[in-house]
Design a protein around this ligand. Structure first.
Ligand code: FAD
Length: 448
């Protein structure tokens, strides 16, 4: 237990937390980027932010704007682009999907979450445009699809939900989807025009490389412990930081510093990319140059035809101790990706996958998100249950406002997140998390 009362948790046998990464993500599709140097020596700053994913980047950017005369230190254990923010499927949602029938008592909650999403989407749109970030950003919406009976039931719920919330949408039947996406597997779908598709690693790298001048980013700089109260002391392998205020944007790894230990856990997802398709192969996919399709079933596949002409398919999710999959484990998941790809695109059965990737998303038992003060001068935002690109950006911006004493509609919306449901300690946690993740596949059928 540290002096501030925050227990310091070490997860490896050597006593140091593990911040594994690998060479299989969307970052590997980009030209190599030179990371910022690891932090060394002693530092005294007014503000420190831990975690340079979308949440931490948005938070540091906003703190930099709010406090132009102050230094903001942003630390990440890995290289930017190697965590969930650079490994997601790149759907920047405006309108969230909620499984099941529309619940009249939840309508304000749906509206609140969608306000947060739209705030994040607008912020990202502006940042991409203002800084000329080259990340295949396309704000032209995407598709929500259904193939099997359970997803068709969700389709009807979803249409009712969109009507209730007065969101503009277009319904499509199987033939229309076939001519747009080149697959005959779907029976019905919905296109929502607001929402963006993006190359996620290019987005976070571009955001990291365009931070305000008073934000210093240090990659490969893991915070190993937090001591003291005023000022806080952050311990790193080769550095020590004294900070007045600290924002933790560490997603499912917050428990490694003793935060939300029995509330937040990681679920490991995996997908594969094809090689770049030829012109003839692209023609067989219908009339769109790029597109994204999210399953209306929570266990269904997420598909993209990327602007650089690869198909990406992601359809496994599991509890794996909040860790990435090793190469041999990824190789065992790839046949699941392959089967889903070939049943959708038999005309492309000859097209090989170039590689598979995994990523870890932060989930809670009750599907809530986390926002607010953890202790006196320590704040946390994160845990978006697989929908954190727009939401993480809004939460990150709002936590900077909140920690600075500023108010806004987004701060109020984020503060209204339900408390996280309790998760038991290990080893029961492993069993509970296994069942929570597995439950998303119930009835998935053809949609997987
Ligand atoms: C495969 C996959 C697909 C997804 N698809 C989508 C999608 O299409 N659309 C969508 O909206 N969401 C999607 N998500 C979810 C989304 O990616 C996340 O919700 C979001 O990126 C979380 O952002 P974050 O900044 O909070 O966390 P992260 O991106 O996880 O960043 C946290 C950072 O904290 C750092 N860190 C942790 N501990 C320490 C420490 N002790 N010291 C220093 N640094 C530390 C980590 O290295 C990491 O960089 C997906 C997630 C996955 C895994």
């Amino acid at each position: 237990m540290s002096a501030s009362g925050i227990p310091v948790h070490n997860s490896s046998a050597t006593g140091a937390p593990e911040f594994a990464t690998d060479g299989h993500g969307w970052a590997e599709l980009l030209p190599a980027r030179r990371p910022t140097p690891p932090l060394r020596g002693s530092h005294r700053v007014p503000w420190a932010v831990v975690g340079a994913g979308l949440t931490g980047l948005a938070c540091a950017r906003r703190l930099g704007e709010l406090h132009p005369g102050q230094q903001i230190l942003l630390l990440d254990a890995r290289q930017v682009g190697q965590a969930a923010s650079g490994r997601n499927s790149g759907f920047v949602v405006a309108t969230s999907q909620f499984a099941g029938a529309v619940l009249p008592g939840q309508i304000d909650n749906y509206r609140r979450i969608n306000r947060i999403n739209r705030t994040g989407l607008d912020l990202l749109s502006a940042q991409v445009a203002d800084h000329g970030i080259d990340c295949q950003w396309r704000r032209e919406g995407f598709y929500h699809t259904a193939a099997d009976a359970a997803a068709m039931a969700e389709y009807h719920h979803f249409v009712r939900y969109l009507d209730t919330l007065e969101v503009e949408y277009q319904t499509l039947d199987g033939d229309e989807l076939r001519s747009l996406l080149g697959t005959g597997i779907y029976r019905a779908g919905v296109r929502i025009g607001d929402g963006a598709l993006v190359q996620p690693a290019a987005l976070v790298c571009g955001l990291a490389d365009s931070l305000p001048g008073n934000v210093s980013l240090h990659e490969q700089s893991a915070v190993l412990g937090i001591d003291g109260a005023k000022p806080l002391t952050l311990r790193l392998a080769d550095a020590e930081v004294k900070a007045d205020r600290l924002v933790l944007a560490m997603n499912y790894e917050a428990p490694t510093l003793g935060i939300l230990r029995s509330r937040l856990v990681g679920s490991t997802l995996a997908g594969s990319f094809t090689r770049v398709l030829t012109e003839a192969e692209l023609t067989s996919l219908g009339s769109l140059g790029d597109w994204g399709a999210i399953s209306l079933h929570s266990g269904g596949a997420t598909l993209r035809l990327t602007l650089d002409h690869r198909i990406s398919i992601r359809n496994t999710a599991e509890y794996h101790g909040s860790k990435l999959l090793r190469d041999d484990e990824l190789a065992r998941r790839q046949p699941v990706h392959r089967a889903a790809f070939e049943k959708r695109f038999p005309q492309l059965a000859h097209v090989p996958f170039e590689f598979a990737w995994s990523g870890v998303e932060g989930i809670s038992r009750n599907g809530t998100n986390f926002f607010g003060r953890q202790q006196d001068n320590i704040f946390f935002a994160g845990g978006y249950n697989g929908s954190g690109v727009s939401r993480g950006t809004a939460f990150g911006t709002a936590i900077a406002d909140y920690a600075s004493g500023e108010d806004s509609q987004t701060v109020s919306d984020c503060l209204a997140s339900a408390p996280g449901a309790w998760l038991p300690p290990r080893p029961l946690l492993d069993i509970a998390a296994f069942f929570i993740v597995r439950s998303r596949f119930r009835g998935v059928g053809l949609d997987r």
